[in-house]
Design a protein around this ligand. Structure first.
Ligand code: WTA
Length: 646
């Protein structure tokens, strides 16, 4: 499908109409999709009552839009190219699916799930590596109206069990093992451990991917390939109401356990399909590569749904950027003539350190558009990406969004709107940003003379905003809508430039960490570390890290001496790997005599953050509200990381 926005004037006109007359605007966009029955009411609800609904009365199935409707004209066009971790691997080699082949695979998989008794509204948990089956299983769920809940393959058994239990899933789909670089991750073993604490699981479907030896529970465990062999490519698309849930995706917040963010069918489809083709200015022959794992929202929206809704060819890569050498990404771009490359700043920063020799011998002339997502991109990384990857020919779209927003909300439109370094720039149609000052008062952006920075919120519902947290609407309201009534709170800070009207995202304002583009909550990590036998209390904060964006630093109070700080670090890392996953391991664990707490017992993480950014105790401002101001000095003395002085 063709982008609607092709000029700056068209962007302005689309934006204006989307705000002044959202019903008109979005019904035109919605008509570019296939509906079994059209909607009767475009949108209703607001941020005060938190009862948002889009395209009410409409009946559709998203898979008819991702697959069936492309068959007539694009049936033989490639839908998916899969590149394995090991470029020389023999077991599968490269896997390619045309739209027709993908359609057939999805229908077989959907029939398989139906035969196992999965029905509309049931939750299916998917714990798979980056292989075509992850996408096939998601679409198969959507085909029969089941709600998929994908859990990133880097999460531990405990995290997986928690997510299975919260979503009340009875089917888990996993693989024997997966490769990432020269590491093998034994997913089936992890799944088995999880199921011990997830008694609701009736069947574990195992895709045999590497052929490694795996434990097996007769009756409960079923081989994916055996089940598929007994199916036919027949499965009608179950009619879904516009507001029927499409998926649950767990994400971390400031407090408590991860939240099961719920996205519904029609609004998500319309917004993600529309933003994909417009932001990247999609053409018929594009090869689009999104390097994000399907286990995160970027993978859901811009590796699976966005490209398939538009009949685009998408590339999925199982491996990592540095295997077998740091030229792998560039080699993959050259091999498949990738035209659009969408990745995270952390990837750019790690490859930048390898120098340009890995790029120089590759032909990257197929590239047309570059994208960045997941965290603020720093100027150095932006310039390197622009110069060495895009050869100063390709615009970089710095796309800002969140699991909760469903799709990209602030971003340039490639070759149409400006792309200054480090700016997410302008809101997409339907998005009304607001910046609140430290008192929670909205700053009047129209009359500003100087740039202003504050809390980024959105004022008006758009089609793909999350509808709720699974089975806990009260929590959804509390986290996103209560502190500033009438606004959706992003948790990010942003700066507004009145001369250009552009937004720059400056980072999280809450206790959410962004480590290598992975979103983690400090509370979750603290809870895990508190289970350590020697630890009484923990405060976790992020510190600036040259590659990961943020690193994880834990301050712990211990009630017994530990043999060595190295042993303490190792045992804490081990514990966090088990409780959450290796991605959440702290880099440093510092034993402290106390934590900076207010008289009411709240830990002032802000002070700890400042120390790690290089401030001395005298530079961190007023500490008079602390119960014991002297503690700051002793924490400072014991810092394991000596940042450059500010
Ligand atoms: C951060 C990922 C700056 C932000 C799509 C947000 C960004 C969090 C950008 C959401 C960007 C994402 N510039 N920061 N272009 N994109 N973020 O839910 O802090 O995994 O709140 O969704 O990532 O992370 P999530």
């Amino acid at each position: 499908m063709k982008p609607e926005i092709t000029t700056w004037q068209e962007y302005q006109a689309a934006y204006k109409e989307s705000i002044e007359n959202p019903s008109n605007f979005w019904s035109k966009i919605a008509k570019t999709f296939y509906w079994q029955k059209e909607w009767t009411n475009v949108c209703s609800g607001d941020f005060s009552d938190v009862n948002i609904r889009w395209f009410d009365g409409g009946i559709l199935n998203i898979t008819e839009n991702c697959l069936d409707r492309h068959l007539a004209e694009r049936g033989d066009h490639l839908a998916l190219i899969w590149e394995p971790n090991d470029p020389t691997e023999k077991m599968h080699g490269v896997r390619k699916y045309t739209y027709r082949q993908l359609y057939e695979e999805v229908l077989c998989c959907a029939q398989m799930l139906q035969k196992l008794g999965v029905q509309k509204g049931d939750r299916v948990c998917i714990y798979l590596p980056m292989i075509p089956e992850i996408l096939i299983c998601m679409l198969a769920c959507a085909r029969i109206g089941a709600i998929h809940s994908v859990v990133f393959g880097g999460f531990s058994a405990a995290s997986l069990a928690e997510r299975i239990n919260d979503s009340d899933a009875h089917i888990l789909i996993t693989a024997d093992s997966a490769f990432r670089g020269n590491k093998e991750i034994h997913l089936k073993e992890i799944a088995d451990k999880a199921i011990q604490n997830a008694p609701g699981i009736q069947h574990c479907i195992v895709y045999i991917h590497t052929g490694c030896a795996i434990p097996w529970v007769e009756g409960r465990d079923l081989k994916y390939q055996d089940l598929i062999a007994q199916t036919t490519a027949e499965c009608p698309a179950v009619p879904m109401e516009a507001e029927a849930p499409l998926f649950i995706l767990y994400t971390s917040g400031s407090t408590g356990k991860p939240k099961g963010i719920v996205h519904t069918t029609a609004g998500y489809m319309v917004y993600v399909g529309y933003t994909f083709r417009n932001i990247f200015q999609i053409r018929d022959d594009d090869i689009f590569w999104c390097t994000a794992d399907v286990g995160w929202i970027t993978g859901h929206s811009y590796l699976v749904y966005g490209p398939l809704l538009n009949g685009t060819t998408v590339l999925m890569f199982e491996g990592i950027p540095t295997y077998p050498d740091p030229g792998r990404f560039w080699q993959v771009i050259q091999k498949y003539k990738v035209t659009i490359f969408y990745t995270a700043p952390t990837v750019i920063r790690s490859l930048l350190l390898e120098g340009t020799s890995y790029l120089e011998d590759k032909d990257l002339s197929s590239l047309r558009v570059l994208g960045s997502v997941g965290e603020p991109i720093n100027e150095e990384a932006w310039q390197w990406y622009y110069k060495h990857v895009g050869k100063e020919r390709c615009p970089i779209v710095d796309t800002y969004w969140q699991t909760e927003t469903g799709g990209i909300v602030i971003s340039p439109i490639a070759n149409i709107t400006p792309t200054p370094p480090c700016y997410a720039t302008y809101p997409l149609p339907g998005i009304v940003p607001a910046i609140l000052d430290s008192y929670g008062k909205e700053i009047a952006l129209n009359s500003l003379k100087e740039p202003a920075e504050g809390t980024l919120c959105f004022k008006q519902p758009w089609p793909s905003i999350a509808r709720t947290t699974f089975r806990d609407h009260a929590r959804f309201k509390k986290v996103y809508f209560e502190e500033y009534p009438g606004y959706y709170l992003t948790g990010d800070n942003a700066r507004y430039e009145p001369t250009t009207g552009m937004f720059r995202i400056t980072g999280r304002m809450d206790d959410v960490l962004n480590v290598s583009g992975h979103r983690l909550g400090t509370a979750e990590i603290e809870n895990a570390i508190n289970e350590h036998e020697a630890v009484v209390e923990t405060a976790v904060v992020g510190y600036p890290h040259p590659i990961k964006g943020q690193g994880i630093y834990a301050f712990v109070i211990c009630d017994r001496p530990f043999s060595s700080s190295e042993d303490l670090l190792k045992s804490v890392q081990q514990l966090v790997s088990e409780k959450i996953g290796p991605i959440a391991k702290p880099d440093y664990v510092q034993v402290v005599p106390g934590l900076p707490k207010t008289r009411s017992g709240k830990i002032m993480r802000r002070i700890l953050r400042k120390l790690l950014e290089g401030a001395t105790p005298t530079q961190i401002g007023d500490t008079s509200t602390l119960l014991d101001p002297a503690i700051v000095e002793s924490i400072f003395e014991g810092l394991l990381l000596k940042p450059k002085a500010v």
